[in-house]
Ligand binder design. Structure first.
Ligand code: S3P
Length: 176
């Protein structure tokens, strides 16, 4: 495979864009391991991200997130689903250059519908601003330029199944 970014791929994008599901499917296609950075972080911390935010504040969580990202950029043959806020820090955006970066996009309403349909995920995630539908739109507006800055490839997830999205990314990787 003429893959010039090292053998790791990061999926970035907002909550509800399907990063975890697509990471698993793409990992299976490539014969690579896959992981969700938030899940790994929760496992190591022994609590949910919501609890981490409550205990250590957002800054504490972001420090852990950066430390984990630094570690993940050393691994080979992995598809990595990142947290939606990974692009906020310039240091993280620089670290993401250690792999291929694919941005999963959708409009705020679609994201909100998916988040609202998945209450277990909502329980584990802290509020970032005002919560709900309004927060999704606010956060997206703040971050879109940052996702664009790091992404080498962008997939619109409004249409298509997670399988089709994984196949599209796989096709891009093979051709790149
Ligand atoms: C966050 C998104 C979450 C998680 C944390 C902060 C964000 O990840 O990292 O709650 O700032 O958007 P998901 O994108 O997996 O929900």
């Amino acid at each position: 495979m003429g893959f010039v970014w090292g053998s790791r791929l990061f999926l970035v994008g907002p909550r509800g864009s399907g990063k975890t599901t697509v990471a698993r499917l793409l990992g299976e296609r490539l014969g690579w391991a896959w992981l969700d950075a938030d899940l790994l972080l929760e496992e190591r911390a022994g609590c949910s991200i919501r609890e981490l935010f409550a205990r250590e504040g957002e800054a504490g969580f972001r420090d852990r997130e950066t430390a984990l990202l630094r570690e993940l950029t050393q691994r080979e043959n992995q598809v990595i689903a990142t947290g939606g806020g990974i692009v906020l820090r310039a240091e993280n955006r620089a670290l993401l250059r250690g792999g291929a970066v694919v941005w999963l996009t959708a409009d705020a309403e679609t994201l909100w519908q998916r988040i609202a349909a998945d209450p277990t995920t909502a329980d584990r995630r802290p509020k970032l601003t005002v919560g709900g539908r309004e927060e999704v739109a606010q956060v997206l507006a703040q971050r879109e330029a940052l996702y664009r800055e790091v992404a080498q490839y962008t997939v619109d997830t409004r249409e298509g199944t997670p399988e089709e999205i994984a196949a599209q990314i796989h096709g891009w990787l093979l051709g790149s």
